[in-house]
Design a protein. Structure first.
Length: 88
């Protein structure tokens, strides 16, 4: 976000990022097949000390989400391949 803000000419004096989610361990531990496995929706809230207006901050959020390596990785589930070790 800092890199995107710099590219947009936004001065950020300070910031705080808070990420939260929910997880039902019963699914992950195999205790309940009805409980989901993994994390629920991830919510990220960013509070910035800046003079930028709301429209500029909305654009900053949009571009940050588009360019964020972590966000883009989470948006596309990984493909899992399992193979037998060679020679066995």
């Amino acid at each position: 976000m800092r890199s995107v803000a710099t590219a947009m000419g936004i001065d950020i004096r300070n910031g705080r990022l808070r990420a939260s989610t929910e997880m039902d361990a019963l699914g992950t531990l195999g205790v309940s097949r009805k409980a989901p496995v993994g994390l629920g929706d991830i919510q990220v809230v960013v509070e910035l000390d800046t003079d930028a207006d709301d429209a500029t901050l909305a654009k900053l959020a949009e571009l940050t989400e588009r360019d964020c390596v972590v966000a883009q990785t989470l948006a596309r589930p990984p493909h899992l391949t399992i193979r037998r070790a060679a020679g066995e």
